[in-house]
Ligand binder design. Structure first.
Ligand code: ADP
Length: 258
């Protein structure tokens, strides 16, 4: 077990010479409406390209904030964020939106599909928004990968939750993002649908070389990752490179007893 408890707020998960896909350097975030309490306090982390990382920690420890800052959905209050080599922490709108659309794909707990659009239109939407001509052949392939080629023309409300989340995975992969960010992707799913979604994310890493960063509170979900970053009170608590559900659960138990 590669666990570095109480490490002074930094973590380097990528084992060289793996290229770095996401790099946070001393990142802090205080929300305007947050009463002055920082959600992140000097977080440093490096996540390797082509790897699957899980971010864990108790509720309110800053997991979603870290993901949102890494993906360019939120701007850090201080520190640097590099996404696929680009320093996005310094970008302001609309450059930040452009960088995010070009570099990041997203899967959220609540699927976030557009109800009025078909599965196929949903899958192509991020590329359309990014102003690039959609790669239809690749979109077809990713829809086949998630097992939904036959549901192309259906509206999302005709699909089960698990199927909708598989569409969201296809949508994220269709834009060939440098990093796929997933925030509690199995949080709204039953066990077997959650398993399918995690298997798809794992496959994307192993077969497509996709980089995946996933926030989860579930040790079983985190066990699909190559490495786990633990947050507590907005700081990096530790990291785990030799991941199993038991090891992850042991750290979570330690964290919740603090
Ligand atoms: P986690 O994902 O680990 O549950 P979050 O990143 O969602 O943690 O939240 C970290 C802290 O920041 C919490 O105290 C939360 O209440 C606060 N927070 C999150 N989002 C906002 C926001 N948009 N405005 C104000 N405070 C926020």
């Amino acid at each position: 077990m590669r666990l570095r408890s109480g490490d002074a707020g930094s973590m380097y998960l990528a084992s060289d010479p793996v290229a770095t896909a996401v790099e946070l350097e001393d990142v802090s975030k205080t929300y305007p409406g947050g009463g002055g309490t920082p959600a992140l306090r000097g977080v440093s982390a490096r996540l390797g390209a082509g790897t699957f990382s899980a971010v864990m920690g108790p509720s309110g420890s800053g997991k979603s904030t870290l993901l949102n800052c890494a993906a360019g959905l939120e701007r850090p209050s201080a520190g640097r964020v590099r996404l696929a080599g680009e320093d996005i922490g310094a970008l302001r709108e609309p450059a930040l939106t452009r960088a995010r659309r070009r570099r990041a794909g997203f899967v959220f707990q609540s699927f976030n599909l557009v109800p009025a659009l078909s599965v196929w239109q949903n899958v192509l939407l991020p590329q359309r928004l990014a102003g690039v001509g959609p790669d239809r052949r690749w979109a077809d392939e990713v829809l086949a990968r998630v097992g939904l080629s036959g549901r192309k023309h259906d509206r999302p409300d005709r699909l089960s939750g698990g199927q909708q989340q598989r569409v969201a995975v296809a949508r994220a992969l269709a834009g060939r993002p440098q990093v796929l960010f997933a925030d509690e992707p199995t949080g709204a799913l039953d066990l077997s649908s959650g398993h399918e979604v995690l298997a798809l994310l794992r496959e994307a890493v192993d077969e497509l070389g996709q980089t995946v960063v996933m926030v989860t509170h579930d040790p079983v979900a985190a066990a699909w990752a190559d490495q786990v970053l633990f947050l507590a009170d907005g700081r990096v608590h530790s990291s785990l490179g030799d991941v199993s559900a038991e090891r992850v659960a042991a750290v979570m138990t330690e964290l919740s007893a603090r």
